[in-house]
Design a protein around this ligand. Structure first.
Ligand SMILES: Nc1nc2c(c(=O)[nH]1)N[C@H]1C(S)=C(S)[C@@H](COP(=O)(O)O)O[C@H]1N2
Ligand SMILES: [Mo]
Length: 252
């Protein structure tokens, strides 16, 4: 089934950061502070001592090591791990296990042979940067779950990465959405190492921290195990515009 762009309701759609009538001065100010300021504004774990830490957070970005990617078209490079091993097409494996009847390890060739879905959506990081209309291509997560045979007791999915550090999670309902991909291509090319290749998750309706790079494991679980940034204050339900990953609330 081809995903229906209309599933993406206006409330979920990535918004123009300046479209909500907030004073530009505040926007620019927050923008220069990056996620530090976002955290101060919204995330409980940074609220205390905000004044004290603001100065030191200025210019830094707690969602990991970040830098503008050359030729990245506005993407920033993020990795919470200092170095990440490279996986060649021959080395790569994606395991699907946990509460499933048919656990499996996919090679890259296995994944490439499966039916593909294409989505073109805006990429939106919680720190404010955004890459409009970015094409992604990959296998629906739902297809892999279907093939694995999810058991009745399952409630959630946990993702692990071959950087050895990052994790992510979705509820089973979220994981089954047609706009959640195990992505093989981005912007018309195979996903390169810096963008989390050869395989990354792409959770189109949520902030980009949900889109785990260097994806190596999909484990079906009986409860949500919050991911890396989620244990550090960010919402598991990271809907763009409807979670704590932004400074203003477009629904209000
Ligand atoms: N494994 C891993 N995945 C990750 C991250 C990370 O640090 N490690 N950072 C997340 C965040 S906060 C963002 S904004 C995007 C950045 O993707 P990019 O480096 O392709 O721009 O990856 C997400 N997935
Ligand atoms: Mo991010």
């Amino acid at each position: 089934m081809t995903p229906d762009p209309d599933r993406h309701t206006p409330a979920e759609a990535p918004d123009d950061p300046d479209a909500h009538g907030k004073p530009v001065g505040r926007r620019v100010f927050l923008g220069t502070l990056g996620l530090g300021a976002l955290g101060v504004a919204t995330a409980p774990w940074l609220q205390r001592g905000a004044e004290r830490t603001l100065g030191s957070l200025s210019g830094q970005d707690p969602t990991g090591l970040s830098g503008l990617l050359p030729n990245g078209g506005g993407f920033r490079y993020y990795s919470v791990a200092a170095s990440v091993p490279r996986k060649s097409p021959a080395d790569y494996r994606l395991t699907v296990d946990g509460l499933v009847d048919r656990p499996r390890a996919y090679t890259l060739a296995d994944l490439r042979a499966l039916p593909r879905t294409r989505l073109t959506r805006d990429v939106q990081c919680v720190t404010g940067w955004r890459v409009p209309k970015t094409p992604f291509e990959g296998v629906r997560l739902d297809d892999l779950l279907e093939a694995a045979g999810v058991r009745r007791t399952a409630k959630a999915v946990r993702f692990t990465c071959f950087d050895g550090t990052y994790t992510e999670s979705l509820t089973l309902d979220q994981a089954r959405r047609p706009d959640v991909l195990v992505a093989l291509r981005m912007q018309g090319e195979d996903i390169g190492h810096d963008h989390g290749g050869p395989v990354r998750l792409y959770v189109a309706p949520m902030y980009f921290y949900k889109s785990a790079k260097w994806l190596s494991g999909i484990t079906v679980t009986d409860h949500v195990q919050p991911g890396y940034w989620e244990t550090r204050g960010y919402d598991v339900d990271a809907w763009v515009g409807r979670s704590n990953g932004r400074t203003d609330d477009p629904t209000s």
